[in-house]
Design a protein around this ligand. Structure first.
Ligand code: SF4
Length: 253
């Protein structure tokens, strides 16, 4: 017993103390900054290098819902018009907000990205139970969601938890591009959650199909009929991205 207590004292408090103020360092690639004025006329290099079609030209924009944050566009651009910062707060409640345009700064973007709806704060502000459904995910997003519960990030201290059954959950967290065989299972899980229920899409695959968007083996028709409460970009998203996005959504300071 005393040995255990001594061990506990030696370990100290391991969780990130202030998850809202936590910062990540390079080489983490987070919020992109686009500088269109640096673009060279008729240059297509970044667009041709993007594996997911996340970039559009005239004017230049980057869709974080499609982006895998591989950094290839930034590396290949001769004019350095695309730079990735280490800002990790990338969640949004509106799909269109994920499209980043010229000279948007992470601080300004964050302020309007997640809208805390009053009824969500009222029902789930102090406790939120989530069921994760991997709809053909590669396990990258799933591993990062697992990490949200480890001693470093410890999202349980905010009343956020994953549960085993959708019957015990307040919402569904989807990862993966949604394959044909997982599409009905995902809808079953979603409809098994009692109303009011939440739906989060986590990672580029869940948000847009990601690298698999053109595949004939995915079926997103059912998912597209549902109302989405939160988009969390990344490939995979960092635990700090996920936890802070959910805390913003449920109105926790
Ligand atoms: S970082 Fe994103 S936008 Fe740039 S090439 Fe990779 S996937 Fe495309």
């Amino acid at each position: 017993m005393f040995e255990l207590l001594k061990l506990r004292k030696r370990h100290g408090y391991q969780a990130v103390p202030n998850i809202r103020a936590a910062k990540l360092a390079s080489p983490f690639r987070g919020f992109p900054i686009l500088k269109c004025r640096h673009c060279i006329d008729h240059c297509q290099i970044c667009i041709d290098s993007c594996p997911t079609g996340a970039l559009t030209r005239s004017p230049l924009s980057l869709d974080m819902g499609k982006c895998t944050f591989c950094g290839e566009c930034s590396r290949s651009c001769p004019a350095k018009a695309i730079q990735f910062t280490s800002a990790h707060r990338l969640g949004a409640t509106d799909r269109d907000v994920l499209i980043i345009r010229d000279e948007q700064s992470p601080a300004d973007w964050e302020k309007q990205a997640v809208t805390c709806r009053k009824n969500i704060a009222r029902f789930f502000g102090r406790s939120l139970r989530l069921r994760q459904v991997s709809a053909a995910g590669c396990n990258g997003c799933e591993m990062e969601l697992n990490a949200c519960n480890n001693v470093n990030f410890d999202m349980g201290r905010f009343g956020l938890d994953f549960v085993a059954s959708p019957r015990h959950a307040d919402g569904i967290v989807v990862t993966g591009p949604v394959s044909r065989n997982m599409a009905p299972a995902l809808l079953d899980a979603y409809h098994s959650v009692a109303e009011p229920r939440l739906l989060f899409l986590v990672g580029a695959c869940a948000i847009s199909g990601g690298l698999f968007a053109e595949s004939t083996t995915i079926d997103r028709s059912g998912l597209e009929t549902l109302s989405i409460d939160l988009y969390v970009p990344g490939c995979p998203p960092h635990p700090l991205t996920f936890i802070n996005s959910v805390l913003d959504l449920i109105g926790r300071k």
